[in-house]
Write a protein that binds this ligand. Structure first.
Ligand code: SF4
Ligand code: SF4
Length: 141
């Protein structure tokens, strides 16, 4: 999806779309029709991720690294799937925190409603005593 310009890869490993953030579920169809496809896009996500760390700091499994690798000119933060799955896929309640705390749910699309949902969500978490863990840039607590 990155290659056809659907968005930029965020530090949380999910693609971030300019309108939808990372909070979407793609659907696919297969076809042998000859189709033109778009090019990758960049709208500042990966640069923003370098100093954001909200997903890394809020991941209960400590699965999102601060360091990235480069492949085909694209930064990729490789989520530790073994750590993530024990908290997300292997529980009745799906985790999803890394996407929920990501400001790109409203940042680029200017969606006032999504911004309010995000702010209310963060406020609720704080009122329940939650504080975003602070981590050093190298990922240590
Ligand atoms: S889904 Fe949960 S455990 Fe997995 S990377 Fe995101 S925040 Fe971490
Ligand atoms: S929470 Fe911050 S660091 Fe993580 S993907 Fe979103 S913008 Fe990037």
């Amino acid at each position: 999806m990155h290659q056809v310009g659907f968005g930029e890869l965020g530090k949380h490993g999910s693609l971030i779309n300019p309108d939808l953030g990372a909070n979407f579920r793609p659907g696919f169809i297969t076809t042998d029709l000859p189709l033109a496809y778009d090019a990758p896009i960049a709208f500042g996500v990966q640069d923003y991720c370098l100093s954001c760390n909200l997903c890394t700091n809020n991941c209960p499994a400590d699965a999102i690294p601060t360091e990235f690798i480069m492949t085909e000119g694209v930064r990729r933060w490789l989520t530790d799937i073994d750590k993530c799955y024990t908290v997300s896929r292997l529980r009745a309640e799906y985790c999803h925190i890394c996407v929920d705390v990501c400001p790109y749910i409203h940042k680029e699309n200017g969606d006032a409603g999504a911004r309010e949902v995000y702010k209310a969500y963060m406020k609720d978490r704080k009122s329940e005593g939650y504080k975003t863990p602070k981590r050093n840039k190298d990922g240590t607590a």
